[in-house]
Design a protein. Structure first.
Length: 326
């Protein structure tokens, strides 16, 4: 396998569960060269080819609160490794008592994504990873200010020099962070082993849940395997006010048809990534299943695929068991 075929993988390590702060150790993740079972090869940018040095630098930057204006908020504060790189808070805390405007979703398998953010307004992972630095609700700094701090740190100067011939630059900051995020991959779940011919990989209850997922539940329409997301946008009615959906993707596109539409998140590692939805308003998987079973929240732009489902109590229990197996 050549460098252009390399896939970056970081494993959810026990060390990642440490509380993050200014003096917290950097969690240790692995740089691997093949996707876990069940995932296709990952599309990679044309250049530069990812390296272990880029990955290690991105890992360090991801966990460092010095990228925020007051040195209190790291990427990993809102995208916590032990929560599948999502936030356990509906709207995670930023600097100066601020809170993010939307829930911080799982960063699982984002290297396969076609557009970033809940409304898809950011076209590339490289652009996405640096946006929180300047967001006043999140890290409240500026990319230039963060670069000045990094250049003043001999350890970072050495780490950037090891990863890039031109050292500490805005492009290299984005590349290092995106290289690490591309490495946050999850596969080789029981469902992957089941699909590869191991019938014992799923329990009887989980197999029944898979049947609900693929039949009367219709979940597969928006959450198709292997990524368990269609990378598209749907209006489910979350956040409806007086029968009217929130702007959602329409705030970015200006298209009235996009009102209330938000990106379909992956279901990989979903048992770790509660709460759910773009506003973190659904606390548990049982809440999510009940929401879709009733057909979402009625509004004048509801996705036509959402209709009330005839799910029994056993159907719901089995579906949750299947989702937890992902």
């Amino acid at each position: 396998m050549g460098p252009r075929d390399a896939l970056l993988c970081c494993l959810l390590a026990a060390a990642a569960a440490a509380t993050l702060g200014a003096q917290a150790p950097v969690p240790a993740f692995e740089f691997l060269t093949s996707p876990p079972r069940g995932l296709p090869p990952m599309p990679l940018p044309a250049a530069p080819a990812p390296t272990k040095a880029m990955f290690a630098l991105g890992n360090r930057l991801f966990a460092d609160p010095q990228l925020s204006v007051d040195g209190t908020v790291a990427c990993a504060n809102c995208h916590r490794p032990e929560h599948a790189f999502s936030s356990p808070e509906p709207l995670p805390a930023g600097v100066h008592g601020e809170h993010a405007l939307r829930h911080a979703p799982a960063l699982i398998n984002r290297g396969y994504g076609r557009a970033m953010r809940w409304d898809g307004r950011t076209p590339t992972l490289e652009a996405f990873v640096v946006q929180p630095i300047a967001d006043p609700h999140e890290m409240g700094h500026s990319v230039d200010g963060a670069l000045a701090r990094l250049r003043a740190d001999q350890g970072y100067r050495d780490a950037f020099a090891a990863a890039f011939p031109d050292g500490v630059t805005a492009d290299n900051l984005a590349t290092a962070l995106s290289t690490f995020v591309r490495g946050i991959v999850v596969g080789d779940a029981p469902v992957d082993r089941f699909h590869k011919g191991d019938p014992a990989a799923l329990t009887t209850e989980q197999r029944a849940g898979l049947w609900v997922f693929e039949s009367k539940g219709g979940c597969w329409r928006c959450h198709p395997a292997p990524l368990f997301t269609d990378e598209s946008f749907h209006a489910t009615g979350i956040g409806v006010e007086s029968g009217k959906p929130l702007p959602g993707r329409a705030e970015f596109t200006g298209d009235p048809a996009d009102r209330g539409r938000f990106k379909t998140p992956t279901l990989r590692a979903i048992r770790l990534s509660a709460p759910y939805m773009h506003d973190g308003s659904l606390r548990t998987l049982a809440d999510v299943v009940e929401f879709y079973a009733r057909g979402g929240n009625a509004n004048d732009n509801l996705d036509p695929q959402l209709k009330p489902l005839q799910l029994s109590a056993d159907d719901k229990r089995h579906l949750i068991a299947f989702l937890e197996s992902l």
